[in-house]
Design a protein around this ligand. Structure first.
Ligand SMILES: [Zn+2]
Length: 425
């Protein structure tokens, strides 16, 4: 059941997820994903949509939800739609804050489940889950919203507008502020370009193009806006906090380009320079860049032990081939009429060969009826080859000189035999 729910949810994620179509001339649509059917939450979403408007509007809503069939358990997703599943037969006209509060009140007092599903096909389908709500806003031309926002209300109203635009769930008490990365969202929400500056000591009092810029502090531009909107706002950044710059003329008398460090007397000169700044962009990677991890041979080279590249690959290997035969006399009894065993595969032989000197002729172990013994013999023989290979490698082999050097280096840490035991084990 849960899998089916996830499946329906995934297939309709495009319709369920929080997304908006705002700032249109005639109609805006706000879609919010819902985790639970909560009248308070729907009321706050409505208030957020109201705060996003400038002119009076007609409002309608529609819910997206899943119904479950009582008998066969089938799940169906119903899209929110203004044409087929609108909530109100006649839209509400919203001109004042009280109008939207009245609509929100309806959700606190009504059975939302009943409102949502009153058009279901028949009683065989029951409401399983309400996934999202779409709020439709039809703008009424030049009629501004009736009530202004008083000074006490304004921060709360602005916060609510921002909060609803990012689909936030928690209240103001858990709001941790806006990060650099989120300034783009703030710009979009309030239709305002945001520039961020930081004041820093003027390291160079030398002039720029012959001018002397003797200001003690320099305003360095940290963030430049893409300039999409008519209004602009300037912020000062200090110690993880933004503060509002009321007047750029009082803020600083010297401005620096964060790319090429050139200094300017006026902010407008800096703004004019930035699109043309051709200083090569330098990337800084505080965590370092990707590097191949060093091999054991690199580590050895660091202590003066060099192993030739051709000796860095282990030269020895063992190959084996295991054969079985089909014993038709030892047949397992069938457990059903449709299943019939004709015999059992049994171990016949294991042949082993290697390129280790002294072990380069094939050796074949043939079963005498004791399979565990045959496997034991096979493993013992491979261990013997492994030990012989180790002898060849370490005594007179290609890396014996390197091993001898290591032995001398690590003699304080224990005898070579210990290393060898570890290697073989
Ligand atoms: Zn520059």
């Amino acid at each position: 059941m849960r899998d089916m729910m996830c499946d329906r949810y995934e297939n309709n994620w495009g319709a369920i997820r929080t997304h908006h179509r705002r700032h249109n001339r005639v109609q805006d649509v706000y879609n919010f994903r819902l985790n639970e059917l909560d009248g308070e939450r729907i009321g706050s979403l409505l208030l957020g949509v109201y705060n996003d408007q400038r002119v009076q509007f007609k409002l309608n809503m529609s819910f997206g939800f899943m119904l479950r069939h009582r008998v066969n358990g089938e799940l169906r997703y119903f899209h929110a739609s203004h044409n087929n599943h609108r909530l109100f037969e006649r839209p509400y006209v919203i001109g004042t804050r009280q109008d939207i509060i009245d609509v929100a009140q309806r959700f606190k007092t009504s059975d939302i489940g009943e409102l949502v599903t009153r058009e279901r096909e028949n009683s065989a389908w029951v409401l399983e889950y309400v996934t999202n709500v779409s709020i439709y806003v039809f703008k009424l031309g030049d009629f501004p919203l009736g009530d202004g926002v008083n000074c006490e209300e304004m921060p709360k109203a602005l916060f609510a507008r921002y909060h609803s635009s990012i689909g936030g769930k928690d209240g103001v008490s858990t709001f941790k502020g806006v990060s650099f990365q989120e300034l783009g969202d703030v710009e979009k929400c309030f239709q305002c370009n945001i520039y961020v500056y930081e004041l820093e000591p003027n390291a160079s009092h030398d002039g720029n193009e012959g001018q002397t810029l003797s200001s003690q502090t320099v305003a360095k531009l940290l963030r430049r806006s893409p300039c999409r909107f008519q209004d602009s706002m300037y912020l000062n950044y200090y110690d993880g906090h933004f503060s509002y710059i009321k007047n750029m003329n009082f803020y600083a008398h010297t401005f620096s380009c964060s790319r090429c460090r050139r200094l300017f007397k006026h902010n407008r000169l800096l703004q004019r320079h930035i699109p043309r700044c051709n200083m090569h962009v330098k990337h800084r990677f505080p965590g370092g860049v990707f590097q191949l991890s060093s091999s054991v041979f690199d580590t050895l080279e660091a202590v003066g032990i060099v192993v030739h590249p051709r000796d860095r690959f282990y030269p020895y290997r063992i190959t084996y081939d295991i054969e079985t035969y089909l014993d038709k006399e030892d047949v397992i009894p069938s457990k059903s009429a449709k299943l019939n065993y004709i015999g059992q595969h049994k171990l016949l032989s294991i042949s082993v060969c290697s390129n280790v000197p002294g072990y380069d002729r094939p050796q074949c172990f043939i079963s005498k009826g004791d399979d565990p013994q045959l496997v034991d013999n096979f493993v013992i023989y491979m261990t013997e080859i492994s030990q012989a290979a180790f002898e060849h490698m370490t005594e007179g082999g290609p890396i014996s000189t390197a091993l001898q050097s290591i032995k001398e280096l690590v003699k304080d840490y224990g005898p070579m035999d210990d290393l060898r035991r570890v290697r073989i084990g």
